[in-house]
Write a protein that binds this ligand. Structure first.
Ligand SMILES: NC(=O)c1ccc[n+]([C@@H]2O[C@H](COP(=O)([O-])OP(=O)(O)OC[C@H]3O[C@@H](n4cnc5c(N)ncnc54)[C@H](O)[C@@H]3O)[C@@H](O)[C@H]2O)c1
Ligand SMILES: [Zn+2]
Ligand SMILES: [Zn+2]
Length: 394
């Protein structure tokens, strides 16, 4: 089959690789019909190279049609339409029972000391072949795939794999309630969807921040007060306080993560590790890795006293300096983590099946054949041609 594979920094290719096969009687094989490219894939493309192996199959936002089922699978038959969550969770262990699928104890990657295995996501998360491919082997066939109805286009459902539960969790962790004020840093797919969900959940003030004009316009078109970081620069926090009764917002969602714009020193350090031999740079990243913390520092500065910061952007550093005095004094509440995809599916399904209040059908800016994945990655990373969300169609 054809699959998108990692070959080095900013080097992904479409290779011919062996078709996946059933390994466990509980596995299913899915023929992929749509597969998203995520901001998390951009970290693999740029700074997380030390944890990648040449030939790794990328992708963790797939959906498609069941092709084959293992002998123990009873919940699915070939021909069923399914979306595959990005975290690989058993849905029966201690963690899954508590709605913490991203910490699943059956798939935790213990040799790396990390949480649940993820599709298409580095040695840190189990090096499991991903879903930017024609076919995908999916474990826990009875409990992991999300069955969706036939009929509506893939775009209705594909974001159940990641974007929707991730943004939903970000808003939930931010404690958004009717009347809340919220700032969303970063208006990529996750930040954009977080704004939509915050509005849907009754937030009164939703302010979004980014540096990309198309992304700001896209948010503005849905009623978000969008601020360009490049215009406001160091005054951003004051501008936001002026918009929120002088106090700052009830909550801030950081939907930027470790590659924030505007942190030159950390940027150099990240690039430097990218050029070292793998064994050295992997160790260096694990012990002394630093993120570009610009967005998180902004969040700490602008959130009101006693307010909440919900970190949804991925961070990977081990030695990140944080302003503990300011955080403690302001009584900041902090929540973060990978999305527990299955936990939020019952809340989300009604929002994509009948009407489309979150606008998922028009959410993708590009639909491209799998063969064009290299161009798609390049365009999404450079934020060119208005690319916000790209769906590959194998
Ligand atoms: N927690 C999870 O389960 C989960 C799931 C999916 C994605 N993510 C993470 O969420 C983050 C966003 O993902 P995405 O798909 O929207 O990616 P993205 O890269 O398209 O979005 C990031 C946005 O942040 C903007 N930005 C950069 N620096 C900024 C700054 N200093 N202030 C404000 N905005 C800034 C960029 O211009 C971009 O639009 C990534 O870190 C991704 O890894 C986490
Ligand atoms: Zn993702
Ligand atoms: Zn589990």
């Amino acid at each position: 089959m054809k699959a998108v594979t990692w070959h080095g920094r900013r080097d992904v290719r479409v290779d011919t690789v062996p078709d996946p096969v059933l390994k466990e009687p509980s596995d299913v094989i899915v023929r992929i019909t749509s597969s998203g490219i995520c901001g998390s894939d951009l970290h693999l493309y740029e700074v997380l190279g030390p944890f990648m192996t040449e030939g790794d199959i990328l992708g963790h936002e797939p959906m498609g049609v069941v092709e084959e089922v293992g002998s123990e699978v009873t919940a699915l038959v070939p021909g069923d339409r399914v979306v595959i969550p990005f975290n690989i969770s058993c849905n029966s262990c201690f963690m899954c029972a508590r709605g913490l699928q991203s910490q699943c104890e059956t798939t935790q990657v213990r040799e790396q000391g990390t949480g649940a295995a993820l599709f298409g996501y580095t040695k840190l998360y189990g090096q499991v072949p991903g879903g930017q491919a024609e076919y995908l082997r999916v474990p826990f066939g009875d409990t992991l795939p999300i069955k969706v109805p036939d009929g509506p286009p893939d775009d209705r459902f594909v974001y159940l794999s990641d974007v929707l539960p991730t943004a939903w969790q970000a808003v939930e962790y931010a404690g958004v309630a009717p009347g809340s004020s919220i700032v969303v840093l970063g208006l990529g797919p996750i930040g954009d969807m977080s704004c939509r969900i915050a509005q849907h959940r009754g937030a009164e003030t939703v302010i979004g921040v980014d540096i990309v004009p198309d992304r700001l316009d896209r948010a503005r078109a849905r009623g978000v007060e969008a601020l360009d970081l490049r215009t406001h620069g160091n005054r951003l926090a004051d501008v936001i306080r002026d918009m929120t009764a002088g106090r700052g917002p009830d909550a801030v969602i950081d939907a930027v993560g470790m590659e924030a714009h505007g942190a030159p020193v950390a940027r150099l350090a990240q690039q430097f590790t990218g050029f070292l031999p793998d064994v050295i740079s992997e160790k260096l990243m694990q012990k002394a890795g630093i993120d570009r913390l610009k967005a998180l520092y902004t969040a700490i500065d602008v959130v009101r006293r006693g307010g909440t910061i919900s970190i949804v952007g991925v961070y990977g550093g081990a030695a990140d300096p944080l302003p503990m005095l300011q955080m403690f004094d302001k009584q900041v509440q902090l929540r973060m983590g990978q999305a527990n995809v299955w936990h939020w599916i019952p809340s989300l399904l009604p929002l994509v099946v009948d009407s489309d209040p979150l606008g998922v059908e028009g959410f993708a800016t590009h639909h491209l054949p799998l063969a064009e994945a290299p161009r798609a990655y390049d365009m999404f990373q450079k934020k060119e041609n208005g690319a916000v969300k790209v769906l590959l169609r194998p």
